[in-house]
Design a protein around this ligand. Structure first.
Ligand code: ANZ
Length: 826
C-alpha cells in the first residue's frame, strides 16, 4: 500500500494553488468580507523563522475556515523590508541592499508557500519598492503640510553602535536598568541633534477615545493609554517674591493639596532658573548641581533612588491661596523638564516622592487631606504620606470638602483670579522620525539657501505627485553611516544639491524615515497594490476596511500598533481613509520556547529550524502541531514528540482512505461526525485551533474502529481537515472524487464548510475533566454513561493525558459518571 508521501503531495498541490492564485480575494463581492491580517515580516534569512510560523499559522487556518464558511476573505502578505539588517549586510558585502532584499523576500515567499499558506499573492507589497514608498512619502508630505511634521533641535537618543537616533519607543532598559536600543541591545546616550518629529501628542485624545469602538484586549488598551499618559489637572501660578509679575507655573493633578505645599522644585533645565539666581546667595552651588545632572540620562533621573536637589537660597514664591507663607524653591532632578510645566509644587504629606525629598532636606510636612472626615492625620516617621483622595482639612474656606469637590472649586477660584486654570497634559512625546542611515525612505523635503523648507511635491497637486514622487534613494559609493550624525545620503553630492522651485540652490534633506514608516499603512496598500494615482481607491477601502482581525506581537503595542493607529486617524481627518480606526479587533500572539523551555537563541543552541521540521515531517504535520500547541496567545516549549504524534495521526488518516466505501452505512459514526462538525465550527469561530485538532484526532480513532468509512462521512471529514492540513485534504479530496485533471473550482479549499444536522447532535457526549494526583491534566470527551473500561481506553488514547501517565502505574482510577475522572499514580 502507498505510504503517506507528504513531499510528493505537497509538490503536487503547491504548484496548482499558486500558479493561478487560488486564494484570490474579490473586490466588491456580494459575499460578506473578512479582512484577516497578520503583521508582515521583516525578511531576514533563508526561510521564515519558527516565530513567524507560530504567529501566522493560526490566523491562516482561521482565514481558510472563513473562506469555506462563505466569506470573501482577504489574507494578504508583504514585506517590511527597509531597515538595518539588510543595510549592515550591504555595508559588509558592498552589494546593494535592494538586491539582498529581493533575495530575502524570495526566500520568505517560498517558505510561506512551503507551509501551504492561503495567501492572495496578487496583493503582495514591499515597503522598499519605489511605487510603495512613493505613498509613504506622500503621507509624510501631508503631515508636513498640516504642520504635524516639524524640524526641531532636541536631545535625542543616539546609538553609537547603529550610528543613528532612535525614538523614545525604541529605547528600553537592560537588566542593569540602563537605556539600550530595543533592536540590538546596544547602549544609547542623549545627544543634541536637529531632527524631524511627527506630533503624535496632537492625536493623543483621539487615540484614547478610539478604543471605545474597537475590540482590543483590555491589556493592549491599557498599555497604549498608559503610554499616552493623559493627565487632567491644574496649572497654578506661584508669584516669585521680589520679581514683579513673574510667576512659577506648576502642573498638579492634586490642587486640593495646595494648602500643604511647603516647597517648590524646578527642573534643572528650566528657563526661569536664571531669574531665580539673581537674588540668591549660593548661585555657584546651584550651577554645579545643574551641570552634574545634565550628564545623567532621563531614565537615570527618574529612577534616582535617593532624591537629590539643591536649595536656591534667598528665592521664594508665594502660595496664591495663603499669601502669608514664604515657600522655598529647590532645583531637583526628579522634576522632568518635559512633563507638565517642569515645576512641581511639593506636598510631602500627600506625595511619595515629595515626602522622600522633604525628609532628606528637612522640609515641613503639613497634612491637608484626611482619610476620614474631620480627622486630621498626623505625619511622622511612622506615618508615611497619604496619597489617596479624601477630605480637605487645614485649608480655610475649603475645609470639609471631598478632594474631588475641592479640585473643582479651587481650580475655579484660580481661574477667576487669573492665577491658574484646568489643564490636560500627556506623557507621550513627539515621535522622532528621522534616522541617519541609508536603507529607508528619503524624506521628500529640500532646504533652501534662505533657510526655508520646501516639499519635493505638493501632496494635493496630483500632477506634481505624479511627476516628482517617489523621490528615489540615490546610488552611493558605500552605505556606511558616519559618526557625526550626517546621513550617508549626503555622500552623493549630485543628489544632495538641487534647485528650489524659485530657481535658487537648495540641498535635499538627507535623513531617512525610521523602519516603522512603511508599516504604518501597509494594510491599506493590500487593498489596491498597483494604484498609481492614490494610496488606494476609496471604494475599495470602503469595502474592505476596517481590518476585521489583526494578529501580531505584544512587542508592538506601543510601537507599530500605536503608530499605525495615529497615521490612520490622521488620514481619516484628511478624508483619505473612510474609517476612524484601522483595526476592529486585535490579538497578540505568544512565543514558542526552545525544547528546554527557554527562549530560543543561537547562543543557547536551542533554536528550532523550521526547514528541518518541514523536511522530516511535512508542512501539514507542522501546521497541525502549531495549531495543537495551545491557544494563540500562549507561550509554550517546543515538543518534538507532539510533532511526531501529529505526523502519525496524518499517516493514519491517509491509510483510512482505503476503507472508504460507497455502500456501507454507519449511523453511530455519522452521529459522531455531526457532533464533531458542530463542536469544530464553534471552536474555529473562537480561534480554538488546539481543541479542533483534538477533535480531529478523536474522530480519526472513531473511523479506525469503525472498520469501514461511509463515503459521505469521509468527504465531510476531509472538509473539516482542510484548513488545518490543506495538502493532505486536497490529496484525499481529489482522490475520493476520482478527478484526474486539476480545476481550481474543484479544490477542497473552495468548497463550503459542512453543515451539521441538528437532529444528530442531541447531547450524547459530555466533556469530563481528568485529574491526576490532584492536578487537572486534561478533558476527555465521553459518551453519556460510558463504562469505566471505556474511560480507561479513552484516557490512554488521549495524547495530552497519556503523556502524564507515561512510565507510571495507575494505582487507582475513580470515575464519577459524566462528571470527573480522578487518577492516582504510583
Ligand atoms: C502636587 C501633588 C500633590 C501631586 C499630591 C501629586 C500628589 P501624573 O498623574 O503622572 O500626571 N509632576 C508634575 N510635573 C512634573 C514633572 N515635570 N516632573 C515630575 N513630576 C511632576 O502626575 C502628576 C503629578 O506629578 C503632579 O501632581 C505633580 O505632583 C507631579 F498629593 O502636584 B502633583
Amino acid at each position: 500500500m502507498a505510504h503517506y508521501d507528504f513531499k510528493k503531495i505537497e509538490d503536487t498541490w503547491k504548484d496548482k494553488w499558486y500558479s493561478n492564485n487560488l486564494y484570490k480575494a474579490e473586490d466588491f463581492s456580494d459575499k460578506q468580507k473578512k479582512y484577516i491580517l497578520v503583521e508582515f515580516p521583516y525578511p531576514s534569512g533563508k526561510s521564515m523563522h519558527v516565530g513567524h510560523m507560530l504567529r501566522y499559522t493560526v490566523p491562516e487556518i482561521y482565514s481558510r475556515f472563513l473562506r469555506m464558511r462563505g466569506y470573501n476573505v482577504l489574507f494578504p502578505m508583504g514585506w517590511d523590508a527597509f531597515g538595518l539588517p539588510a543595510e549592515n549586510y550591504a555595508i559588509k558585502t558592498g552589494e546593494h541592499p535592494a538586491k539582498i532584499t529581493k533575495e530575502l523576500t524570495d526566500y520568505y515567499r517560498k517558505s510561506m508557500q512551503d507551509m501551504g499558506y492561503g495567501i492572495d499573492w496578487d496583493r503582495e507589497v514591499n515597503t522598499t519598492d519605489p511605487n510603495y514608498y512613493k505613498w509613504t512619502q506622500w503621507i509624510f508630505l501631508k503631515f508636513w503640510k498640516e504642520g504635524l511634521a516639524e524640524f526641531k533641535e532636541e536631545p535625542v537618543w543616539w546609538s553609537d553602535q547603529m550610528k543613528t537616533v532612535l525614538a523614545e519607543e525604541e529605547v528600553i532598559k537592560d537588566e542593569n536598568e540602563d537605556p539600550v536600543a530595543e533592536r540590538d541591545g546596544s547602549p544609547v546616550r542623549r545627544r543634541l541633534l536637529k531632527q524631524w518629529v511627527l506630533k503624535i501628542p496632537e492625536y493623543a485624545d483621539k487615540l484614547i477615545q478610539g478604543f471605545d469602538n474597537v475590540d482590543f484586549p483590555e491589556s493592549i488598551k491599557a498599555a497604549q493609554t498608559n503610554w499616552i499618559g493623559r493627565s487632567e489637572g491644574t496649572v497654578v501660578k506661584f508669584p516669585i517674591e521680589g520679581h514683579k509679575d513673574e510667576t512659577l507655573e506648576c502642573f498638579t493633578t492634586r490642587i486640593d493639596t495646595i494648602f500643604g505645599v511647603t516647597y517648590i522644585a524646578i527642573a534643572p533645565e528650566h528657563e526661569k532658573l536664571d531669574k531665580l539666581l539673581v537674588n540668591c546667595t549660593n548661585p555657584d552651588e546651584v550651577r554645579d548641581y545643574v551641570a552634574k545632572v545634565k550628564k545623567k540620562t532621563e531614565l537615570e533621573r527618574q529612577q534616582n533612588k535617593e532624591k537629590t536637589g539643591v536649595l536656591i537660597e534667598g528665592a521664594y514664591v508665594v502660595n496664591p491661596f495663603d499669601t502669608s507663607r514664604q515657600i522655598p524653591v529647590y532645583v531637583a532632578d526628579y522634576v522632568l523638564k518635559d512633563y507638565g510645566t517642569g515645576v512641581v509644587m511639593g506636598v510631602p504629606a500627600h506625595d511619595e516622592r515629595d515626602y522622600e525629598f522633604a525628609k532628606k532636606f528637612g522640609i515641613d510636612i503639613i497634612p491637608v487631606i484626611a482619610q476620614k472626615k474631620g480627622v486630621i492625620p498626623s505625619i511622622d516617621d511612622d506615618h508615611e504620606c497619604f496619597a489617596d483622595h479624601g477630605y480637605v482639612v487645614n485649608s480655610g474656606e475649603f475645609d470639609g470638602m471631598t478632594s474631588e469637590d475641592a479640585i473643582e472649586k479651587m481650580t475655579a477660584w484660580l481661574e477667576e483670579r487669573g492665577l491658574g486654570k484646568g489643564e490636560i497634559t500627556y506623557k507621550i512625546r513627539d515621535w522622532l522620525f528621522t534616522r541617519q542611515r541609508y536603507w529607508g525612505e528619503p524624506i521628500p523635503l529640500i532646504h533652501r539657501i534662505d533657510g526655508k523648507i520646501e516639499p519635493v511635491a505638493d501632496p494635493d497637486d496630483p500632477q506634481q505627485v505624479k511627476e516628482r514622487l517617489p523621490l528615489k534613494l540615490p546610488e552611493l559609493p558605500d552605505y556606511s553611516p558616519s559618526d557625526d550624525g550626517d546621513s550617508p545620503l549626503a555622500k552623493n553630492t549630485e543628489w544632495l544639491n538641487t534647485i528650489a522651485d524659485d530657481g535658487t540652490p537648495a540641498k535635499r534633506e538627507t535623513n531617512t524615515m525610521p523602519n516603522w514608516a512603511g508599516s504604518c499603512w501597509y494594510y491599506l496598500r493590500y487593498l489596491d497594490p498597483n494604484n498609481d494615482n492614490e494610496i488606494a481607491d476609496i471604494e475599495k477601502m470602503k469595502y474592505w476596511l476596517p481590518v476585521d482581525k489583526y494578529f501580531g506581537g505584544s512587542e508592538h503595542t506601543t510601537l507599530h500598533l500605536l503608530y499605525s493607529r495615529f497615521w490612520h486617524k490622521f488620514l481619516y481627518d484628511q478624508g483619505v481613509v473612510p474609517t476612524p480606526e484601522p483595526y476592529q479587533w486585535r490579538l497578540n500572539g505568544g512565543t514558542l520556547l526552545g525544547p528546554d523551555g527557554v527562549r530560543m537563541s543561537k547562543s543557547r543552541g536551542n533554536v528550532v529550524e523550521p526547514q528541518e521540521k518541514l523536511q522530516n515531517y511535512g508542512a501539514d504535520a507542522v501546521r497541525m502541531y502549531i495549531a495543537f500547541i495551545g491557544p494563540y496567545e500562549g507561550t509554550f516549549p517546543y515538543n518534538e514528540n507532539s510533532l511526531r504524534a501529529c505526523s502519525r495521526v496524518l499517516e493514519n488518516i491517509y491509510e483510512l482512505r482505503t476503507t472508504v466505501s460507497d455502500t456501507v452505512e454507519d449511523q453511530a459514526l455519522e452521529k459522531k461526525l455531526h457532533v464533531m462538525i458542530k463542536r469544530v465550527t464553534g471552536m474555529a469561530e473562537e480561534l480554538k485551533m488546539n481543541t479542533i485538532v483534538s477533535d480531529i484526532m478523536v474522530f480519526t480513532k472513531d473511523m479506525r474502529s469503525a472498520g469501514a468509512v461511509p463515503k459521505d462521512v469521509w468527504m465531510n471529514f476531509i472538509k473539516v481537515l482542510a484548513p488545518i492540513t490543506p495538502f493532505l485534504a486536497e490529496e484525499l479530496w481529489q482522490e475520493v472524487n476520482g478527478w484526474k485533471e486539476w480545476e481550481d473550482a474543484n479544490s477542497v479549499h473552495l468548497q463550503s464548510w459542512p453543515e451539521y444536522d441538528p437532529a444528530k447532535v442531541v447531547e450524547e457526549q459530555v466533556e469530563v475533566p481528568v485529574q491526576i494526583n490532584g492536578k487537572m491534566r486534561g478533558v476527555v470527551l465521553l459518551d453519556v454513561g460510558a463504562s469505566e473500561d471505556v474511560v480507561r481506553r479513552v484516557i490512554e488514547e488521549d495524547p495530552r493525558v497519556a503523556a502524564y501517565l507515561e512510565g507510571v502505574e495507575i494505582e487507582k482510577l475513580i470515575y464519577v459518571q459524566d462528571k470527573i475522572v480522578n487518577i492516582l499514580t504510583r
